[in-house]
Design a protein around this ligand. Structure first.
Ligand code: PLP
Length: 412
């Protein structure tokens, strides 16, 4: 008899984006004349930059010729791209990362989920609350949690680190020591960052406790302030305790094309039950080669092109465009009297909903009274209740329109 992975039965259906879609559809049916502005989902709107598009066209032509054909590539990624990543993302920041510590993939989402394959299911996991749901759900599927507790909205066995206005959205060291710690910086959904000093404390904490930091820096390109680390490896000793996830999705508009990478330094060790040290780089390499057949040649040529002089200029223009939206949203919401966080080093703006209403009630009012869609904070975890996320990934025109509507809004 075929047995299932019963951990899936513990999963809570993610109603967040499907509920949002249903609510929009129902509103549109009732008010077909009303224009809705969507600042909810974190997908980009700017087209892929010209340099990358041209490089991909060229690669397509190349593979149609006998001498330019590319079949299966190296699972870890082509050298031409790994070299560029090492140079631009690490060496230029004074970080010593080697090419064989970089693993190309088809998404940071997959990597954040798949990394659990090389880690024991006995590990104790810590996540921030609110959180990018992938870290939590993949650990539930793997069996690193107990049952879901309906009343609290949490899973048994997971260490939740609340991040709210009270602690400035900076996670505090938990009472119980975790083995795996997920940190997403700049943060989705709160848009906050840690300074170098704050992140250094986490590196030290992980060292002292032999914990592993899973550092998601999918939004590092949006950092505008000084003293905010773009990579965890800017912190001394981090190579011994951290895996870093990066993505071309938000950096270069590759959400649909799919390209990302994970950095697993050679210095990073895990332990067997007998406390023998094992290189995580070796395990991840084995896992990657067994379960993944490489990112397409065309995609990797496209990603490589963003490191050209023209490519860098073009992607910086797009980032600037989104960050101007972020500023418009931040300032506009502040003028409208909201308490606002994030949006300075991240494309996400996290606002406090007015006293006395829930995140979902605020969602309904914003949709019905002004026709603007965002994401209720409670969808990212229990400590997200009372907050709301807007993204800067919309078009400038729509962002301006949405903010004007909110500024003229008197909540009923
Ligand atoms: N990590 C975070 C924190 C994200 O918010 C997202 C996408 O929204 C991802 C990873 C996914 O990246 P990718 O498109 O590379 O899978």
């Amino acid at each position: 008899m075929i047995k299932i992975n019963e951990n899936f039965l513990k999963m809570q259906d993610s109603y967040l984006f499907s509920t949002i879609a249903k609510k929009i559809a129902s509103y549109q049916q009732k008010h077909p004349e009303k224009e809705i502005i969507k600042l909810g989902i974190g997908d980009v709107t700017r087209p892929i930059v010209k340099s990358a598009v041209e490089a991909m066209h060229k690669a397509i032509d190349e593979i149609g010729t006998p001498q330019g054909f590319h079949g299966y590539g190296p699972e870890q990624g082509y050298d031409f791209l790994r070299k560029k990543i090492v140079e631009f993302e690490y060496q230029n920041r004074g970080i010593d990362i080697k090419e064989d510590e970089i693993f190309l993939s088809d998404g940071a989402k997959c990597d954040c989920g798949n990394i659990g394959d090389i880690l024991s299911i006995k590990n104790k996991v810590a996540i921030t609350d609110p959180v990018y749901p992938v870290y939590l759900d993949t650990n539930v599927m793997a069996g690193r949690t107990g049952a879901y507790k309906e009343k609290e909205g949490t899973y048994e066995g997971i260490i939740y680190m609340p991040c709210t206005a009270e602690n400035n959205f900076v996670p505090e060291f938990p009472k119980e020591v975790p083995d795996m710690i997920y940190l997403c910086l700049p943060n989705n959904p709160t848009g906050t960052i840690l300074t170098k000093e704050e992140l250094a404390k986490w590196v030290q904490y992980a060292k002292e406790n032999k914990s592993l930091i899973l550092f998601d820096s999918a939004y590092e390109v949006f950092i505008t302030e000084e003293n905010v680390p773009h990579s965890i490896y800017e912190i001394e000793g981090a190579k011994e305790v951290a895996i870093e996830f990066r993505s071309f999705s938000k950096t270069a508009g590759f959400t649909g094309v799919r390209c990302a990478y994970t950095v697993v330094p050679k210095e990073l060790k895990g332990y067997t039950e007998n406390e023998e040290e094992v290189e995580l780089n070796k395990l991840w390499n084995r896992r990657h080669c067994t379960k993944f057949n490489g990112v397409s040649y065309i995609t990797q040529r496209g990603a490589e092109a963003i490191y050209s002089e023209e490519g860098q200029k073009e992607i910086k223009e797009n980032i600037k465009y989104y960050m101007e939206n972020a500023k418009l949203i931040r300032n506009g919401l502040q003028e409208a009297g909201f308490e606002v966080y994030g949006g300075k080093n991240a494309p996400y703006i996290w606002l406090k909903v007015p006293e006395g209403i829930t995140s979902w009630e605020f969602f309904d009012k914003l949709l019905e009274e002004v026709g603007v869609v965002g994401t209720p904070g409670s969808g990212f975890g229990p400590s997200g209740e009372g907050y709301f996320r807007l993204t800067a990934f919309g078009t400038k025109e729509n962002t301006i329109k949405a903010i004007e509507r909110i500024k003229n809004w008197r909540i009923k």
